[in-house]
Design a protein around this ligand. Structure first.
Ligand SMILES: Cc1cc2nc3c(=O)[nH]c(=O)nc-3n(C[C@H](O)[C@H](O)[C@H](O)COP(=O)(O)OP(=O)(O)OC[C@H]3O[C@@H](n4cnc5c(N)ncnc54)[C@H](O)[C@@H]3O)c2cc1C
Length: 568
């Protein structure tokens, strides 16, 4: 048995995204205020004192694995740090102009009024990766320990199923599973409270939710995939501060999807496309959908003469309020995207994620005050969420994504009605409400001629505007040591070579935006078999979500491996 060091902390945060960074910083600030009030007799209760706080992050540095649009609603950061601009928060631009385009194949119709949820004037265009790097500096200045290159690979429980911390991944294991010369066992980080803020489809959140049944009575989570490029374009092609959202081309009317273009400083734009991973047609390829979006004359005009700088892709949990798991259990809280705090209608989760972290911090102070880290005190987190502006924002859009599962037309009618009724569901909604994407994907033979095989026929990968997956992955700066076990655990590859091939045509080759999955002819067996190029993986988690048999399990690779999203 491997001997492991045990490090005792008070609170361990898993993942250095906006939710956990805000949580850790707020915890430090609020403890100082709480203790001072108690000391001066202005608040009843006990002092919390100096507690040891750690944040583990799987990326090589904080921000390395952070990918977002991003237009940030400043409501949460203003609460966290009212003088965030004076303190140097790296916002890129202020939104000065909004537009909403409905796209047909050749035309883009600008809506006379921007739909209220997509109004962004006065909000900030940011690189979330840069912002997280900056928030991490603020955390370190406040005395919070940050451990990059430390993936949490396992949740630790006591004999009563209480969470008592996390185990970090081992380093120096070769691809056969043997210890190499540089082997370093992961450590056990023990904590009174563990906070999971791993982002969309968190690997520990998935384990924990299944083990403790935190999804019981909740609707299935639904995900989308956002594929993004940063471009430098000629001056005058798109203004700084302009924000465009699109609907229509190239998505078909049964598939949820839309694009964005945000104008940053120095003639840089953030451009991307979101495809719902609850599509029906197994031949859909979200990366190709994005490339096709760029062929639209209106978009191509903006990109003309420009150069792609960076690429990335990441899932987004779009299910919303009804798909939120129970947010607490003994010794543990869930915040941010891994607990479904994103507002799917606005595709915004930075502000709600940060606020969820701050409310988690306030709950933790209560737990320390009472010396009780069980559900008995941690359940107050859910009450705090439901009494905060998070509820006011998420509850009225609780049926937004489900409406899209009946197609675009009914979704547009439903969205309008929901807006007028504070979110009530109407007759056009699918009966089952949110259905998990992998359950909706149709088998090839059941589509009765509905698959459009010419969907990507005219897509020419010229490597100037339209990129194939391998070229794009190069621009994601991905690196994994190849001599390690694959972190993409395909539980039964026989299914891939037989059933999946016949029934779905191996959709993993299409849905993965990083060319990780490839069916390759094996001369020995005389058939196509699965090859997993795990070193290409951009940690988007699409495979874990979209595989129709749910036999792909994404686990954390060796620390530091993955994309390099600096500035994304
Ligand atoms: C393409 C795209 C566009 C978006 N656009 C916008 C937008 O314009 N505005 C907006 O408000 N929101 C937007 N969002 C949503 C927003 O980015 C998220 O809601 C927000 O980042 C969630 O924050 P988080 O802290 O929960 O998780 P994340 O930002 O995902 O951060 C999680 C962190 O945890 C780390 N981690 C995960 N698992 C482990 C582990 N086991 N061990 C150690 N570390 C781990 C990850 O590496 C990562 O650094 C967008 C998202 C995407 C994908």
């Amino acid at each position: 048995m491997t001997e492991r060091e045990q490090i005792e902390m008070d609170v361990v945060f898993v993942g250095a995204g906006p939710a956990n960074l805000a949580a850790a910083l707020w915890l430090k600030k609020e403890i100082a205020i709480h203790d001072e009030l108690v000391e001066h007799g202005l608040r009843h209760g006990n002092k919390v004192g100096d507690i040891e706080i750690g944040i583990v992050e799987k990326g090589a540095y904080v921000g390395a694995h952070i990918l977002s649009g991003a237009v940030m609603d400043p409501i949460a950061i203003r609460e966290l740090m009212p003088d965030f601009l004076e303190q140097g928060c790296p916002v890129d631009s202020v939104v000065t102009e909004d537009a909403f385009w409905y796209m047909t194949k050749n035309r883009a119709f600008k809506a006379p009024i921007t739909p209220p949820p997509l109004k962004n004037k006065g909000k900030y265009i940011i690189s979330l990766s840069k912002m997280c790097e900056w928030l991490a500096e603020k955390c370190e200045e406040a005395g919070i320990n940050i451990f990059p290159e430390f993936p949490a690979s396992e949740v630790l429980y006591d004999e009563n199923e209480k969470v008592i911390g996390v185990r970090t991944g081992d380093k120096g294991i070769d691809k056969e599973g043997n210890k190499k010369g540089n082997f370093e066992p992961g450590v056990d980080l023990l904590a009174k409270v563990t906070v999971l803020g791993e982002g969309s489809r968190g690997s520990l959140a998935k384990q924990l939710t299944a083990r403790l049944g935190l999804n019981e009575g909740k609707e299935a989570q639904v995900f989308s995939l956002g594929v993004k490029e940063l471009w430098e374009i000629p001056p005058g092609n798109f203004s700084e501060g302009k924000v465009v959202h699109t609907l229509g081309f190239p998505s078909d009317t049964k598939t949820y999807g839309g694009g964005w273009i945000y104008g940053l400083k120095n003639n840089v734009i953030s451009i991307g496309y979101v495809t719902g991973l609850d599509y029906l047609d197994p031949t859909i390829d979200p990366h190709a959908e994005f490339q096709k979006f760029k062929t639209h004359p209106k978009v191509a005009e903006i990109l003309k003469g420009g150069k792609m700088l960076k690429y990335g892709a990441k899932t987004i949990n779009t299910g919303g309020y009804y798909t939120m798991p129970r947010l607490y259990a003994d010794g543990v809280l869930l915040v941010g995207d891994c607990a479904s705090f994103l507002n799917g209608q606005r595709i915004k989760g930075i502000h709600t994620g940060m606020k969820s972290g701050m409310l988690a911090a306030e709950t933790i102070i209560g737990a320390f005050e009472h010396g009780d880290f069980t559900s008995h005190t941690l359940r107050h987190f859910e009450e705090k969420v439901n009494l905060s502006w998070i509820y006011d924002e998420l509850h009225p859009v609780r049926n937004f994504h489900a409406a899209f599962q009946s197609g675009r037309l009914s979704a547009l009618i439903n969205t309008g009605l929901q807006f007028l009724t504070k979110g009530m569901a109407w007759g056009f909604m699918p009966k089952e409400h949110h259905v998990a994407g992998h359950e909706r994907m149709q088998q090839i033979n059941d589509r009765h001629g509905h698959t459009d095989h010419s969907r990507y026929a005219n897509l020419k990968f010229d490597k100037e505007t339209i990129f194939d997956k391998v070229t794009d992955v190069f621009h994601a700066g991905v690196a994994h040591d190849e001599d390690q076990p694959s972190h993409l655990r395909v539980l039964d590859t026989e299914v891939c070579a037989t059933k999946c091939s016949e029934e779905y045509g191996n959709p993993c080759e299409k849905f993965c935006p990083a060319a990780v999955y490839e069916m390759e002819f094996n001369a020995k067996s005389g058939r196509q078999e699965l090859k997993v190029n795990f070193s290409n993986c951009v940690h988007c988690k699409t495979c874990d979500v979209a595989d129709p048999y749910q036999i792909i399990n994404w686990v954390t690779p060796e620390g530091g491996g993955g994309p390099d999203y600096k500035g994304m």
